[in-house]
Design a protein around this ligand. Structure first.
Ligand SMILES: *Cc1c(COP(=O)(O)O)cnc(C)c1O
Length: 235
């Protein structure tokens, strides 16, 4: 067994345990393996252990990796989880399956207009700035309902739900608080009539707290691939 496959198995066990604690079925949580800064060989090893969905932060890095891994069968599913500028929307619309980091209407409109007709609609989450940090991207919670209604109308996009990157917190209760705030926002949107099914929360350090609050996609990098080089740009 490769070290990647052992760590992948350990993460699956953490997810299974967290689901049991929360009284949730294990298939209600999808594991997204975050491969940013790691090369195609590492992704290939994780894919060989049965992982299909991979998350990337930087568009150019992702494009190189997606091209290098185009031969993998069954095909890998690629999720963009990092910031997206308007000059990169076309190539993202042509290449990715999901974008978790939509935080303004202009980006969503471009992705919808540029999504090729032969592909299924692009699956999208709105990134919410749930901890209110000025440095992080994401739409303010108060602006989410209007943005969600507008994005949900776009023809070549399917709005699936919300994503957040909460500030790191030490203990379980503190980790749950921002995840709970995002879940409450998500439930309010659903009560308002939007057909959403995705809460993209939970990283290596806090996946248990995220699953306790209803995460349906956990985005796990270092617990699978190991720690990233310190020189890598921050997410
Ligand atoms: C890097 C990153 C992750 C994974 O973080 P880990 O702590 O390595 O699990 C998840 N989500 C986003 C948006 C990231 O940038």
């Amino acid at each position: 067994m490769t070290s990647e496959s052992i760590k992948l198995q350990q993460v699956r066990e953490r997810i299974g345990h967290a689901c049991a604690q929360a009284g949730r079925p294990v298939p209600s949580v999808t594991l997204l393996a975050v491969s940013k800064t790691f090369g195609p060989d590492a992704v290939r090893a994780v894919a060989a252990a049965g992982q299909r969905a991979f998350g990337e932060n930087y568009v150019q890095e992702a494009l190189d990796k997606i091209a290098a891994l185009a031969d993998v069968q069954p095909p890998l599913q690629w999720h963009l989880i990092g910031p997206l500028q308007s000059n990169k929307t076309r190539v993202v619309a042509e290449t990715f399956d999901w974008v978790h980091s939509v935080d303004r209407l202009k980006i969503a409109e471009r992705l919808s207009a540029q999504r090729p007709a032969h592909l299924p609609p692009l699956q999208v989450c709105l990134q919410v700035n749930i901890s209110g940090e000025s440095s992080k991207s994401g739409v303010k919670p108060a602006e989410v309902p209007a943005l969600a209604r507008a994005v949900a109308m776009l023809p070549r996009i399917t709005l699936r739900g919300l994503m957040a990157i909460p500030e790191p917190a030490g203990d379980f209760a503190a980790q749950r608080a921002p995840h709970r705030a995002l879940r409450e926002l998500f439930q309010a949107l659903k009560a308002d009539g939007l057909a959403l099914d995705t809460l993209s929360i939970g990283m290596s350090a806090d996946l248990e707290a995220a699953i306790a609050e209803g995460a349906t996609i956990v985005r796990i990098g270092s617990a699978i691939f190991g720690s990233r080089p310190a020189a890598a740009p921050a997410a």
